[in-house]
Write a protein that binds this ligand. Structure first.
Ligand code: ZN
Ligand code: MN
Length: 488
């Protein structure tokens, strides 16, 4: 069987987090009664004139800068003509040949190192307005369709990548990193269920044959409603294209680009239509809107206001705080509020690794168990920092720190008062030695076993020690018992 490479490019439409639409003052709030957030402009009524939302442009420029894009000084709006019932004007205001941002890049990586880190080139990111939402009742056996125009005119940023992705893992990593970046920038809520982030995938194969390399026709996959769906659809489509090539031998250029829809239940892509060429859309500059000019001063200001990107934060965590790349990745994935909490804990206790463990493991486990959000966590960063410092100083036995942590969350008290309430304190070394001597005297069999090389026999004493003194540190008990037996 010949070898093939899968060639993937992604188009991501992100709804920008503005309060009002791109060319009118209507609200962009999700979930309102259908057709209650409309006006003559977004309904496309005759004589209504659009006015550009400067906040949408600001968010788009910020995203472009974060993707290392060029921001041209001059950009304009174009009309993309097509007919569909959810597009009342008969055209979408978009950007054609002069996008707001272009030629950027995004580095992708894998925590589990299943692929090498690489840079994915960004072709462009342009602004456009969204269409309305149609719901078809065919499934219910009825022929009627309903149209909700609340979404019409909502600002979208369309981010187009070059075909640099080679498999579904890389595509997933690209989407994860892009979503993380957009979330850190605060430009979108990226809520896929509400349609704030939509993905289309362009895919074809490069097949090695004895006669040379052959490319299969490009297919655009639509209706990808989750990142998991993107992965599954890409894996399915690569295999389908290979089978199709074996059966028909059809090459790129011999067949038009087609669109296929992903059916998540069937686990298959299904033919939809042959794709329009851009000439079919009759793009032309929108005569109702002035071109957008970005001055060097505006750009410098935007650059200065750019918040740190996830990649920079991971780098800071590994360089300044000496966390492993894996830990840094986990921490950054938890989001900006958790990361700020981490910095505050470290400021208090000075131990980044311990802070990271508590936050990424204990706190996450507790939140899950209690079914709480991070924002509801009843544990100020300074208090967790104090808890970590007490353990480091040996004043709080590690073995009981988790118990103190849970009690602090329950009561809202600080570590000191909780330790007092639970009767927890550091154990005097001489007390521990006395305890070990007592245990060894009462368990001669264990002593014999250890002398005969069975060190694990000590385990039987640890439980007994904990019962007699809950503050006793198991690791120290083990060490002391072994030392005492060696002297016997
Ligand atoms: Zn409107
Ligand atoms: Mn688009």
């Amino acid at each position: 069987m010949p070898d093939y490479t899968t060639i993937i490019g992604l188009e991501v439409h992100v709804q920008l987090a503005t309060h009002s639409k791109l060319f009118c003052g209507c609200s962009t709030r999700f979930g309102a009664e259908p057709n209650t957030q409309t006006c003559p402009v977004c309904l496309g009524l005759p004589g209504a004139l659009p006015v550009m939302n400067a906040e949408a442009v600001r968010l788009a420029v910020m995203t472009g800068l974060a993707l290392d894009c060029e921001i041209p000084a001059y950009t304009k709006w174009d009309r993309k003509q097509y007919f569909y019932p959810d597009l009342p004007k008969g055209y979408q205001i978009s950007q054609y040949d002069l996008p707001l941002t272009q030629k950027g890049r995004l580095e992708i990586r894998d925590d589990k190192e299943r692929f090498a880190s690489k840079e994915v080139r960004i072709t462009r990111a342009h602004l456009e307005e969204d269409a309305g939402k149609s719901s078809h009742d065919e499934a219910a056996g009825k022929g009627d369709s309903l149209i909700d125009l609340n979404r019409t005119g909502t600002p979208l940023l369309e981010i187009v990548s070059e075909p640099d992705l080679r498999n579904s893992l890389e595509a997933r990593a690209y989407l994860d990193e892009l979503k993380l970046l957009l979330t850190y920038l605060g430009v979108s809520d990226c809520n896929m269920q509400e349609g704030s982030l939509r993905v289309d995938a362009n895919v074809n194969l490069h097949i090695e044959t004895p006669a040379g390399k052959v490319a299969t026709p490009i297919v655009e996959i639509k209706n990808l409603n989750s990142f998991r769906a993107v992965e599954r659809a890409l894996d399915y489509e690569a295999q389908r294209q290979f089978r199709e090539w074996e059966e028909t031998g059809k090459k790129l250029g011999e067949a038009p680009k087609t669109t296929r829809g992903w059916d998540d239940v069937a686990g298959k892509t299904k033919a939809q239509r042959s794709k329009e060429e851009s000439a079919d859309y009759r793009y032309f500059p929108d005569p109702d809107l002035a071109p957008v000019r970005t001055s060097p001063e505006q750009l410098a200001k935007a650059r200065a206001e750019l918040p740190p990107r996830p990649a920079e934060l991971r780098e800071q965590l590994t360089r300044e705080h000496k966390l492993s790349p894996y830990d840094a990745g986990v921490l950054v994935n938890l989001g900006r509020p958790v990361l700020d909490y981490f910095f505050a804990v470290v400021a208090k206790c000075g131990d980044a690794k311990a802070a990271c463990n508590w936050i990424t493991q204990d706190i996450q486990r507790t939140l899950k168990y209690r079914d709480r959000e991070f924002a509801e966590l009843n544990l100020p960063a300074e208090r967790l920092g104090e808890l970590i410092a007490l353990v480091a100083k040996g004043e709080l036995p590690t073995a009981r720190s988790r118990e103190v942590f849970e009690a602090m969350i329950d009561s809202g008290d600080d570590a000191h008062s909780v330790m007092q309430q639970l009767g927890i304190g550091a154990v005097d070394e001489s007390e521990l030695i006395a305890l070990c001597q007592e245990l060894l005297a009462a368990n001669p069999r264990v002593v014999d076993d250890v002398k005969n090389g069975k060190q694990q026999a000590i385990g039987a004493l640890i439980g007994q020690a904990k019962k007699k003194n809950p503050n006793a540190d198991p690791a120290r008990i083990r060490e002391l018992c072994l030392e005492l037996i060696a002297k016997m």
